[in-house]
Design a binder for this molecule. Structure first.
Ligand code: SF4
Ligand code: SF4
Length: 177
């Protein structure tokens, strides 16, 4: 597997947040708290090196292939019980509410993650321009680096194909999804 510079990627959105104000205060940190028992944050393939265990704020669980976004063949989930040392939060937490979309020519675009529609009020607002420019640029840099991994690139391709399929569904179009 291609080596991903996790520390450098974490650093890009270390201090930059989706909105200038703390969006967690607007929604009571729904992305940290609104989940069923046993659910958590999916890790990117290889990101688990940053979470070797032995700390009391998370556990790691393994799932089968196709477990979630961009997880590759061996889906790993970090379960955090809703709080963490901020500087350690996984990459998926830093990137929410943005996701990658790859068009048929392989060009990468950054979009609102419709899978977070029911959690995140920013996604429901439907306007990516509400987000800080520096946040959007940071997310684009991170995704540009992540898709150098063939496993993650394939995950992005599958996610994008699913969006294409959803968007061509007449019910989705009718409901404005
Ligand atoms: S759910 Fe959306 S608005 Fe709320 S803290 Fe998470 S990213 Fe911010
Ligand atoms: S790891 Fe931290 S930022 Fe991510 S969901 Fe858990 S508490 Fe929220």
């Amino acid at each position: 597997m291609e080596k991903i510079p996790w520390d450098g990627l974490y650093h890009i959105l270390d201090k930059i947040t989706p909105l200038a104000a703390d969006c967690g205060k607007l929604c009571q940190k729904r992305c940290c708290s609104l989940r069923e028992e046993g659910q958590g944050v999916y890790l990117f393939p290889g990101e688990e090196v940053l979470f070797p265990g032995g700390e009391d704020w998370y556990t790691i669980k393994e799932y089968g292939p196709g477990a979630g976004h961009f997880t590759g063949d061996r889906g790993l989930m970090l379960n955090c019980a809703g709080s963490c040392p901020r500087e350690r939060r996984p990459l998926a937490c830093r990137l929410l509410p943005l996701a990658p979309y790859m068009d048929s020519e392989g060009n990468l675009n950054i979009i609102l993650d419709s899978d977070a529609l029911f959690i995140c009020p920013i996604v429901r607002a439907g306007d990516i321009n509400l987000l800080e420019t520096s946040f959007r640029e940071g997310a684009a840099r991170i995704w540009g680096e992540l898709i150098r991994s063939s496993v993650i690139r394939e995950g992005v391709r599958c996610y994008s194909a699913r969006l294409d399929s959803q968007n061509s569904d007449p019910w989705t179009r009718l409901l404005g999804g």
